[in-house]
Write a protein that binds this ligand. Structure first.
Ligand code: NAG
Ligand code: NAG
Length: 612
């Protein structure tokens, strides 16, 4: 008895926790006790975990070692559980926004968003030849409208580039599937619309890739597995894909992802490890790995991903692009694999903040019946052409947490904050965000329990040999949580919701690095089995959890590079429904950082004039 009895942490009632700068709350560094494992060792580990008695004992020891036991399972918590991350409608006042009328069509919303863009600066770009410029949706639209090129021409260049990335020399593993025929057909239709002078919207003819977890005809939805599409056929477009199609966008295939979204490296044993275009020997991050890497490499200006535990923001940061996850409930989850219900939702990966806005305009939604539409407040778009008017911004920073990242990340992000204060007069407010590591563990229990419940009917019929090794480890751990673990995790969710609401009384956004590490090496022993690297994994998700567990909107932007030339992301986490403010702040930051942007090593310029 004594051996297995474990004292749980006794939490103070949430209102008694000091959230100020000088709080004596202890910052707990992720205490992950598990070495990196790959290859044969992963297989042996799976064999142990899946064996009936030994497996339970090992799982028990693992949970205890990683503090799940003490901090969640047997903890004493005062608060009742909070089961979802939905927010009630609050009319928040935002600066420099334009309200959007309800019931506009996606194309009309895109039109509204387009009128929020700053005037085009393309002549000034030619001044600085060294500057790396990414083409935006508006650039494509102009090039099509002027007849400089056509959607068909760009689609052909896309297909040629996609093919080149599959070459054994590169083997980037961006896509799980894409159909030449289907892409060319869409491009021909779009080209005809431009020829007639009747493009549907600014997105007409723009290539958008879709994570293979979101239904998009005519492709199966694999979720990065070899089996899920066989038991769950894709029969129609997901809601967000339908909207993109109705705007004239060209759906450019299904991107690679971490199997079942159950990891952050983007190493997929069935479809290949997605490589980072800045350094092909590094990971791209996950789980929306292919979407991030394809945008980074210039194959499309935007792609869709799904974010259940930072899965859009992490790969976006590692690949140096924009990752944007709106408030939970802002976008429809219909047509997305239901791997977890209360933490996952679609998100946008874009090369620029302008394009994140345009895409957001296309896919934000009046939600179907099953989702609580009445909760959604009015929709605002940020007026990106009025930069000076967004002042008085307060950024909440928790120094110990912020510093729990590599030296390069910490210095670069700090430098960016200094620039923002100097340039825009934004103020840093020092705060304490308590119990970060506790929240990470509670979220892990939640996402794992939801994934198990959702997949159980399929898994019981499945031959496990179909599942990748690292996903099998995840499924074993996910299936080990008890109802007590789950309920206590939801009580921690309640505490965190309280803490975050209190912090948002003092500041507009919480600012953090997006990840604790930059892209790490892709090692060859992980190719078949994947790898178990919970130390890097914990460092990757360290700053992502509130976005999912609490349903808060968040955005990441490229702010610099580490010594090895790998991208560094800075994240803003916002109040519920404050998407417009987040995009505005990100755009202001982009304006300052864009001069230092560097071209990835693997990059395709789909609008280059003299291209053959
Ligand atoms: C949770 O679900 C979302 C989609 O709803 C997905 O992107 C994410 O990878 C999933 N994560 C896990 C751990 O199942
Ligand atoms: C964070 O690190 C910086 C140096 O990089 C240091 O000046 C600062 O005091 C640290 N803050 C905390 C709270 O540890």
């Amino acid at each position: 008895m004594g051996l297995f009895r474990d004292a749980g942490k006794a939490y103070k009632p949430a209102p008694e926790v000091d959230l100020g700068a000088h709080s004596d709350e202890f910052y707990l560094h992720a205490n992950v006790k598990a070495p990196r494992v790959a290859g044969l060792l992963v297989k042996i580990f799976v064999w142990i975990l899946e064996s009936p008695i030994l497996g339970s004992i090992v799982l028990y020891i693992l949970k205890k070692d990683n503090l799940i036991q003490r901090l969640v399972s047997v903890a004493e918590i005062q608060e009742p559980p909070l089961f979802t991350a939905t927010h009630s409608s609050e009319d928040i006042s935002e600066q420099s926004v334009t309200p959007i009328k309800p019931n506009l069509s996606p194309a009309e919303r895109v039109q509204e968003a387009a009128s929020c863009l700053p005037p085009c600066l393309d002549s000034s770009f030619t001044d600085s030849a060294s500057q790396f410029k990414r083409w935006t949706i508006r650039d494509f639209f102009r090039a099509y409208k002027s007849g400089e090129t056509t959607p068909l021409e760009v689609a052909r260049r896309f297909l040629a580039a996609a093919k080149e990335t599959e070459d054994p020399k590169l083997h980037m593993a961006f896509f799980i599937s894409y159909s030449h025929e289907d892409i060319l057909r869409q491009a021909e239709e779009s080209s005809r619309r431009y020829h007639r002078g009747t493009p549907i919207s600014m997105m007409d003819g723009v290539l958008v890739a879709i994570k293979d977890e979101i239904d998009c005809m005519p492709y199966p939805t694999t979720g990065g597995t070899r089996w899920l599409h066989k038991v769950r056929p894709c029969i129609e477009d997901a809601s967000c894909v339908k909207h993109l199609r109705s705007c004239g966008a060209i759906l450019a295939g299904k991107t690679n992802m971490h199997e079942l979204g159950a990891g952050a490296s983007g190493i997929n044993p069935h479809y290949g490890a997605t490589r980072n275009p800045y350094d092909i020997n590094k990971i791209s991050g996950g789980s929306s790995s292919g979407s991030a890497a394809a945008v980074c490499a210039g194959l499309c200006p935007v792609a869709l991903g799904v974010d259940g535990g930072g899965s859009v923001r992490m790969p976006a940061a590692l690949c140096g692009i924009v990752g944007f996850k709106p408030t939970s409930g802002r976008l429809s989850n219909s047509g997305i694999l239901p791997l977890n219900w209360t933490v996952g939702m679609p998100g946008i990966l874009a090369a620029t903040v302008e394009d994140a806005l345009i895409t957001y305009a296309a896919i934000c939604d009046h939600l179907p019946f099953s989702q609580p539409t009445f909760l959604q407040p009015s929709l605002n778009f940020p007026l990106l052409d009025s930069m000076q008017s967004i002042t008085n911004i307060k950024l909440a920073k928790y120094g110990k947490w912020f510093n729990d990242s590599t030296i390069d990340i910490r210095n670069c992000c700090d430098q960016t904050l200094k620039m923002l204060s100097q340039h825009y007069g934004w103020k840093i407010v020092d705060v304490t965000v308590p119990e970060i590591e506790e929240m990470r563990l509670a979220h892990y229990i939640t996402i794992g329990s939801e994934c198990t419940a959702s997949l159980a009917p399929h898994l019981s019929k499945l031959d496990y040999a179909e599942i990748g090794w690292d996903a099998r480890v995840a499924l074993s751990v996910y299936g080990s949580f008890s109802s007590r673990d789950y309920l206590n995790a939801q009580r921690i969710r309640n505490r965190q919701m309280y803490f975050h609401k209190e912090i948002f009384k003092r500041a507009d956004v919480i600012v953090t690095p997006t990840t604790g590490v930059t892209a790490y090496p892709l090692l060859s022993d992980a190719a078949d089995t994947g790898e178990l690297d919970y130390i890097n994994g914990a460092a990757l998700v360290r700053f992502s959890i509130a976005g999912n567990f609490l349903g808060l909107p968040a955005v990441t932007l490229l702010v610099g590079y580490d010594k090895g030339g790998l991208p560094i992301g800075l994240q803003f986490i916002g109040r519920p429904w404050s998407e417009a403010t987040l995009l505005h702040l990100a755009f202001a930051m982009q304006t300052l950082c864009i001069k230092s942007y560097k071209r990835p090593k693997v990059f395709y310029d789909l609008l280059k004039k003299e291209q053959a």
